[in-house]
Each structure stands twice: as structure tokens, then as C-alpha cells.
Design a protein around this ligand. Structure first.
Ligand code: FAD
Length: 390
């Protein structure tokens, strides 16, 4: 095949994975990132078996320096009563497979390792994209670049989407803000059999806690509040106040955290798009389908998008055919998970006590194997088969 060129807008997880996958299949790639460096925020990210298959398809193997999630734990109410309890040695590991909570920086570094430095341009905000015959042209602060393929991997407020999908609805505030904490493993969680690895649901809020490695843990919390808020005396003080009456070890873990460990972001989702492809331009990740974090699948889907796009565009000689197939494969799957995630967030954040009691009773009555099977349903994804060209 003649040399083919791709410009990738955005050097986050989705963009770097697309760059890695296309570079691996012989494309000449250039990644334009608006930030001054290719970096990720200091937070954890759940990486499920579907994402590990996507990573393998773009050339990344290994455990990302993280230990498996499949430990004793489950889902509790804020008083500490188990709603769904799992045992390390039984169902949980079987259903979650090789899932880990990795540090985002480690995931991004593993992707950056697959893309030569000369292909990456930091400090280059893209302003717009337009078609030029069968090709596309990207305008950035320093000029223009044209390519056979442009990948919009520029997140929930995508400039690529604004250029070519002008009728797309803007991102919507999901009703919750999220805090994320990466911190040293506290004393209460040091025992090998510690049972509090769990997501805990309370009135209008969630607190989650998972091991990342021998010496670090990842916590996240959400609360139903108006957008744009800030803790008046800092986010850690805000968290300690909000979660002080929640069950052990949440207050103790927050007591051991430090203010610099805490990140806060409002959660936005993107209303569904009618297409992920326009001519030689394809959207991946949050630019196409930003979803609420309740399934822990947003980033995993960005990786799946990148793997599917690079397998199809990398091996199908007719790019238009490859991109049509990309849209057909990715839109139904990501939009189904988007819906499930939104529903999961609504169910997790119920406020009225009678509704919460009823929800917990229903979940307790569901056979554990059925609960785990439904949770694990997204994990069976595999990348499209490579098309063999002569
Ligand atoms: C609280 C929270 C918890 C989450 N937890 C999980 C989880 O556990 N597991 C999971 O799989 N997912 C999770 N997600 C979702 C996940 O973070 C996103 O789906 C993922 O980061 C999307 O990756 P992306 O590369 O598409 O977009 P982004 O990560 O947003 O990256 C976009 C990149 O494009 C750059 N950019 C933007 N505009 C421009 C421009 N005009 N020009 C050039 N560059 C530009 C940005 O600087 C950025 O580097 C969570 C999300 C939140 C909010």
C-alpha cells in the first residue's frame, strides 16, 4: 500500500492509542496535543479485559504496573451493609478477568512508548478541520496540516466535532461532581484480606476504593450537586465533611489523604451522535461518546475505538470502506454502554430513602452470578479481525 498519512487531534488515551495502532500498521502519523506536554491527570483508571485486548491490538502488553481488581469486596450501603458481596476466590475474579486499576500516567506512558517522539507535537491547539477532496485539513495555531485521515480524539469538548458536526448537541452536566484520589495505602487496608475494597452507595453519592499496587490505592467519590462548585476550605475538607458519617474505613481513609492527592471534576456526557465519521474524519473516545464514569468504561471504549479504527484503516485498502465499517461497529456498542452507564449513575445516586431501600433490596435478591454476568457483559469484546491484503 502507498504511504498513508493520519493527523490525530488530541494526545490523550484515545489519541495515543489510535496513533500507536496506525503507526504499527505502517501509517505516517502526527499527533497534535494542545497541552504543553503529553501527560495525564493524577488519577486511577479501571482497565477491563476488553481494554487489554484493545491495548494488545495497538502494541501494548503487560499489566501497566497494577495489581488485579479481583479482590474480596463488593457493593455496600453507606452504613456498611453489603448489597452485593464478592469473594476473591470465587465469582469476582472469574468475571472480571485481568481487570486492574492503573495509574493514568502509566497507561499513557505505555501508549507513548509505541509512538516515535518525532510523530508527537505538544502545545499545538487545533482550531478547525475541513474537507479537501478525499483528504482533510487541520488548522492549528502554527498553520495547517493535511492528511488522508484525521482522527478527532480531542475529548468531550472536541474542536473536530464542532467543525464537522455543527448540529451536535453540546455536552450535558450529568448532575454529579467527582473527586479522585491516588494515595499511599493506609494502615486499614494493609492486611492481605482487607474486605473494604468496594463501591459504597449513600444518599446522592458514591465512594469507591480499590488497590492500585502494593503501596497505593485509588479512591473516587461523587455527589449530586450543581455544576461549578468548589469546597470553600479545599476539596479534601469538603470530602471529609460529606463522608464523615459513612461506614468504615471511608472516614479513616480520608483522614489519611492529603489535600494534594485530591482532584475534582464535574461529570459531563455527550448526547448521542448520528455518526462517528464524516468523509476522511473519524471521532474516537470522548469526542464521540463521552459517558458517565459509572461503568468505568469511557477510557476502555476510547481504547476499543482506537484498536478498531487502526485495524480497519490499517488493513482495508479503501479508507472509505474502513471508516464506514468503523462507524457501523463502534456506534451501537458505545451508545449501548453510554446508556447503561447513565442508568447506572441514576440508580447509584438515588436520594429518597424509600427508593434506596427498595433498590438495595432488589439488588440483594438478584443472584450474584447473574449480577456479575451482567457487569461482565462488556468485557468479552474483541478487535475486528485483521484484513489480509496481498
Ligand atoms: C471522574 C471520572 C472517572 C473515570 N473513570 C474511568 C475509569 O475508571 N475507567 C475508564 O475506562 N474510564 C473512566 N473515565 C472516562 C475516561 O477518563 C475518558 O473516557 C477518557 O479519558 C477519554 O479519553 P480521550 O482520549 O477520548 O479524551 P481525553 O482524555 O479528554 O483526551 C483528549 C486530549 O485532547 C486534547 N485536546 C483537547 N482539545 C484539543 C484541541 N483543540 N487541539 C489539540 N488537542 C486537544 C486534550 O488536552 C487531551 O489531551 C472516567 C472519567 C471521569 C470524569
Amino acid at each position: 500500500m502507498a504511504e498513508r498519512t493520519a493527523v490525530i487531534v488530541g494526545g490523550g488515551i484515545g489519541g495515543m492509542a489510535a496513533a500507536a495502532g496506525l503507526h504499527r500498521r505502517g501509517w505516517t502519523v502526527r499527533v497534535l496535543e494542545q497541552a504543553g506536554a503529553f501527560t495525564e491527570v493524577g488519577a486511577g483508571i479501571s482497565v477491563w479485559p476488553n481494554a487489554f485486548r484493545a491495548l494488545a491490538a495497538v502494541g501494548v502488553t503487560g499489566s501497566l504496573g497494577a495489581g488485579p481488581i479481583g479482590v474480596a469486596g463488593g457493593l455496600r450501603d453507606w452504613r456498611g451493609r453489603w448489597i452485593v458481596r464478592m469473594d476473591d476466590t470465587t465469582d469476582a475474579t472469574r468475571h472480571t478477568g485481568a481487570a486492574v486499576v492503573a495509574h493514568r500516567a502509566q497507561l499513557l506512558d505505555a501508549l507513548l512508548d509505541q509512538v516515535p517522539p518525532e510523530c508527537r507535537m505538544a502545545g499545538v491547539p487545533v482550531r478547525a478541520v475541513r474537507h479537501a477532496g478525499h483528504r482533510a485539513v487541520v488548522s492549528h495555531d502554527g498553520g495547517e496540516l493535511d492528511a488522508d485521515l484525521v482522527v478527532g480524539a480531542d475529548g468531550v469538548r472536541s474542536a473536530v466535532r464542532s467543525s464537522l458536526w455543527p448540529d451536535a448537541a453540546p455536552p450535558v452536566y450529568a448532575g454529579q461532581t467527582a473527586w479522585r484520589i491516588v494515595m499511599p495505602r493506609p494502615e486499614s487496608q494493609a492486611a492481605p484480606g482487607a474486605r473494604a475494597w468496594a463501591e459504597t452507595w449513600g444518599p446522592g453519592g458514591v465512594f469507591g476504593m480499590f488497590p492500585m499496587s502494593q503501596d497505593r490505592i485509588y479512591c473516587y467519590a461523587t455527589a449530586t450537586v450543581p455544576p461549578g462548585g468548589h469546597g470553600p476550605d479545599g476539596e479534601l475538607a469538603e470530602l471529609r465533611r460529606r463522608f464523615r458519617d459513612w461506614c468504615d474505613p471511608i472516614p479513616a481513609v480520608l483522614a489519611a489523604a492529603r489535600p494534594e492527592h485530591v482532584l475534582r471534576n464535574d461529570i459531563y456526557y455527550l448526547p448521542r451522535l448520528p455518526a462517528y465519521v464524516d468523509g476522511p474524519v473519524a471521532l474516537v473516545g470522548d469526542a464521540a461518546h463521552a459517558m458517565t464514569p459509572n461503568l468505568g468504561q469511557g477510557g476502555c471504549q476510547a481504547l476499543e475505538d482506537a484498536a478498531a479504527l487502526s485495524v480497519l484503516a490499517g488493513t482495508e485498502p479503501d479508507l472509505a470502506v474502513a471508516l464506514r465499517r468503523y462507524d457501523e461497529l463502534r456506534r451501537p456498542r458505545t451508545q449501548q454502554l453510554w446508556r447503561r452507564s447513565l442508568l447506572g449513575g441514576t440508580v447509584a445516586h438515588l436520594v429518597p430513602a424509600p427508593l434506596r431501600v427498595a433498590r438495595n433490596a432488589v439488588l440483594r435478591a438478584v443472584p450474584r452470578s447473574l449480577f456479575l454476568r451482567s457487569l461482565a457483559q462488556p468485557f468479552s469484546w474483541r478487535p475486528p479481525a485483521e484484513i489480509v491484503t496481498k
